[in-house]
Ligand binder design. Structure first.
Ligand code: ZN
Length: 276
């Protein structure tokens, strides 16, 4: 039986969860709401810059859990693959500047490119970025995505595939971000979480819920309790394997983005304590 969450001490919110807010507004709103940690999406750095963002974040006292996101390695041309690698090096620099210990990788896929070829290009891409990441002290977290995104977002769709890549790359700087939205259905999930932890590669844990019906494949995630995922059980698996990091609330939702975001943040806190 998983221990219920008693307080907000391990709650992290992704800036994308409160998409209508700027980075400055996210920082102020999270601090005011007693949320201790933040995961920063790169879109909110635009027009601010990673240096300024880093200064704000340090001053706020918020823990920066990750930078989202790098990846998108596969391409049909050599130049496309090189551009992706350059962009991931920039993401590593931004993560270092804002104090994020890792960059989350949405690994990428190209419609028409065979998935095994995409996975080869992803592994090569990560290997190419790794020396820069190791030098910067920033880790890379592979996030497997639900297979409904295998056409154009990620050819890495299960924990097994992510763990295989971690083993192949054999660096302490490469691990996995477990996102329950993408992985809750996988019959191997519990076993692969254990395998990931044994590889010392369990870097991050993302939570939300799966709505029935899901009205939009991208922007209709539920808050914890809105859907059918047994979140406490999956949290129990990561914790039983030694994970002590933050529970990161990552919700893309046109419906919730339409709410007053202050009220929404209170709703997130309540759902976190009650249903995670
Ligand atoms: Zn995620």
């Amino acid at each position: 039986m998983t221990e219920p969450l008693k307080d907000l001490s391990r709650l992290c919110v992704h800036t994308m969860t409160t998409k209508p807010l700027s980075l400055r507004q996210c920082i102020d709103a999270y601090v005011q709401a007693g949320i201790p940690a933040i995961t920063v999406w790169r879109n909110v750095l635009e027009g601010v810059g990673a240096e300024q963002a880093g200064a704000w974040l340090r001053e706020s006292g918020l823990r920066v859990v990750s930078l989202c996101r790098g990846g998108f390695f596969p391409a049909t041309s050599e130049e496309g693959r090189r551009k992706a690698i350059d962009d991931n090096r920039r993401a590593v620099d931004e993560a270092a500047a804002i104090g994020a210990p890792h960059v989350v990788l949405v690994c990428g896929a190209v419609p028409g490119l065979p998935l095994d070829e995409s996975r080869r290009q992803i592994t090569d891409g990560i290997a190419a970025v790794l020396p820069h990441a190791e030098q910067a002290g920033v880790r890379l977290a592979i996030e497997p995505l639900h297979p409904m995104y295998a056409d154009d977002r990620s050819a890495v769709n299960t924990m097994r595939q992510a763990n295989d890549m971690v083993e192949q790359l054999a660096s302490k700087s490469v691990g996995v971000a477990v996102d329950i939205f993408h992985l809750w259905w996988d019959p191997e999930l519990e076993a692969q979480i254990a395998r990931c932890a044994a590889l010392d590669a369990l870097f991050a844990f993302h939570i939300c819920d799966w709505r029935t019906p899901t009205r939009d494949l991208l922007n209709d995630r539920g808050l914890m309790g809105d859907g059918c995922i047994d979140i406490p059980s999956i949290r129990g698996w990561v914790e039983a394997n030694g994970f002590r990091g933050f529970n990161e609330v990552e919700v893309f939702s046109t419906e919730y983005w339409g709410m007053n975001q202050q009220a929404y943040i209170e709703k997130i806190k309540a759902a976190y304590l009650k249903n995670s």
